[in-house]
Structures are given as structure tokens and as C-alpha cells.
Design a protein around this ligand. Sequence first.
Ligand code: IK2
Length: 453
Amino acid sequence: MFWSQWRFGSLGSNTKFLKTIYSSTILGRPTSANMSSKFKNTKRIEGLDENVWIEFTKLAADPSVVNLGQGLPDISPPVYLKEELSKIAAIDCQNQYTRGFGHPSLVKALSSLYGRFYKNQIDPNKEILVTVGAYGSLFSTIQGLIDVGDEVIIIVPFYDCYAPMVRMAGATPVFVPLRSKSVAGEKRSSSDWKIDPKELESKFNSKTKAIILNTPHNPIGKVYTKEELQVIADLCIKYDTLCISDEVYEWLVYTGHKHLKIASLPGMWERTITIGSAGKTFTVTGWKLGWSIGPHHLIKHLQTVQQNTIYTCATPLQEALAQAFWIDIKRMNEPECYFNSLPKMLEVKRDRMVHLLESVGLTPIIPDGGYFIVADVSSLDADVSDMKSSEPYDYKFVKWMIKNKKLSAIPVSAFCNSENKSQFEKFVRFCFIKKDSTLDAAEEIIKAWSKKS
Ligand code: IK2
């Protein structure tokens, strides 16, 4: 007799009931039937359990899959950055806690770098907060400045964490889509995607606390022009609204385009938090360091959130990052400066992806910035009939492609609210900050696939 049969064997009709009690109380494994209400999630995270990165990173983890999904570079970060880190790790005091709002040498470097984009100087101690990635900046900004009952305008498509973060703060996201006037069969550019100023203004009201802007944009690759930023700035001023400007791809802008900071427009510094990321700036996404820059009357509230949540970020990473910034600040006008050399290298990869996708009959949206390219894939032959039917087409398509073609991407509807998903569900996003060998492997898959269809 097995042990379990021995334990439950002679208990007759009560067996099932007793097994349930046993498993929940003795083994400590509650089932949904008997779960204590104390185990339930908080209301603030209700409905937020699905996440595109968790889902698709798991699917792409199979080493036989060529991964053009998550924005995960497989090129090497700058050598001097890695060398700085190994030097610093050997210094005992650099391995202990540092100043909570940002390591002194890093905030100094950031203030020196960003001071040149604004008319005013940036106070390294009062106007900068170093955070756990740009995610940390978004979190402390939204927790520190957005209240229950507020409304926050989000431009669709949007980096997927914006809406859940706004909801966790008890506020309501209000969505406004980018719309494209591109004509079928014509070359498409990310600059074709625009906000309708009238539609945008219709979303502002007395409850509007902030708008979240992302330029250069993930996933479309749009780089907002001065005129477009001015429309947003004018509305922020007219309706006395904050601007949360996610600029993590600020250096990754291609020929003919220029990244502009909305905080540098008249009247915007005092109402804007600008967010950056070491992961995107120096190709070290695993370092998870980011920063928020803005006036002290706003940054002080983000500091309050940080001192009561994570308190501080990793010291050796911050010191190494500071040293790398100083190296590149000193050579900002030279081609070797990483802020100049990385976009140059990526532009070649972007063009390669454009040609590849066009060569198989797709019409990619050519990005002006960032390291993603979006294409309508509905003309590619994919039998998605055995995929979960309730999902948008792009989810089914990418899952099918990972399983059958061993190539991963990210569905663009993951960056949309439910009402706007149908406008984007034919699009998938490919990441091109990849070694040539990775792009070669993707090319082989896509070309072989198009020959069959
Ligand atoms: N904001 C934007 C617009 C981002 O793209 C990211 C990082 N995204 O990368 C994953 C992907 O799109 O595949 C962040 C914020 C977060 O940046 P960090 O890694 O510094 O927290």
C-alpha cells in the first residue's frame, strides 16, 4: 500500500474533504476552493497578471530560437565600461551602500551631460534621481506624482508598463492613438504616425494630471519633431499638466532626424520629468540603472518614493557608469563617442532589416530611432488555426512563428489598450540590436519561409 493510500484509505466518503483539508493545512498548499481571503491579491494589481515580456521571453528561451523579440542586445557593451566595473569591484568601499538618490560621481556626470540640453544648470543633488532602470523612474514618478482619481494621457502604442503603473496608483489611463496616413504599397516611415492635435486636446480635462510621452518611440521608432512636441507642450501648459517624457532611446536616432527634449521647450522644464536608461545608452540592459531629471519641486516627490522603497541602487555599477559617461562626455563631438558610434552601427542593421523584410514582400515601418522595426505580417503564410482563438492575430502569429520557424518577435498589440488592439494586431516588432550572425540566422529563416509561401 502506498503511503497516501495508507493515510486516506479507510476514511470512506469523507476522503475528498479530508484530503483537501490535509493538503491545505498540513502540506500548506491551499487550493482555490479553500483559499483564505487573506491570500487574495490587492485591488491595485487586479487584472495586471499578464505580461508580454514574461510570456514571450519564456517562449524564446529555447536556444534553437533566433531571438529578435525582447530588446535584448547580443552585441558587446563598450570595453571601457566593462573595464571600469572590474577595476571598481576591487575597491572595498565601492562595494557598500552609496547615497540613496544617486551615487555622487554619477549624478555629477549626469548633470554635466544633460545641463547642455537645457538653458539652466542641473543641480546634481536636487534635480536628478538614479533609479533601478527606467522602470524605476517611471514607478517613482507615477507613485510620487499621480493620485487616486487622476487621469493620465497615454499615446498608443505605448511601452506596456505605463498603463499598469498608472492603474496601480489608483488613476485612470486615457488613451489617444497615433494614426498613420500611409498609402498601401508605398514605403512607410515611423514619421507617418502622428497624433491628431484636436483628438489629443479632447482628452485633456480638469482631472488630467499628466501625459506620458515616449520619444524615440518603442515600438514604432517615431522621433517626435519640434512642431509635434510644441503641440503637446502647449496643451500641457494650457491645462496645467505634467509631462513624463520617456527618452530611453535618446541617442539612437538615424540620419536626417534629431532627438529633442520636450523639457527644453519654454515653460516645460518646471512640469516635466525626463527619463533615461543606462541599459539603452550603453547597451547594458542587465545593469538596470536609469535616471529621472526634472525640477526639484517634482524630483523631491520621486525621492520620497525611492527612499521608502528600494532606497539606493548598486554602487559599483553607478561608479562604472559615471566613469564611462566622463569618457564619452569628453569626446562628444568625435565619431568614437558611443553616443555617435552606436546609432551609426545600428543604422546599418536597421537598413539590413528593412531590405530583408521588403525582399519577402513586407512593408516595414522604417524607424527613425530606437532599435525595433515593425512590419505588417499578415501576408506571410502562417496557419494559426490551432492557436488560442481569443488572442489577437499578432499573438497567435508570433507563437506560431516561434514554434514552427524558430524565430521570435513581439506582438505590437501588446503595446495597446483593448480598444486600439485591432488597429495594430497585424504588426509584429523585430529587434535589430543584434550581432550580424544573429541577423544572418533570421535572414535565412525569413527567406526560406517566403520561398515556400
Ligand atoms: N521605456 C521604454 C520605452 C523601454 O523600451 C524600456 C525598455 N524596454 O525594453 C524591452 C523591450 O521593449 O523589448 C524601458 C522604459 C525600461 O528600461 P530599463 O531597462 O532601463 O528599465
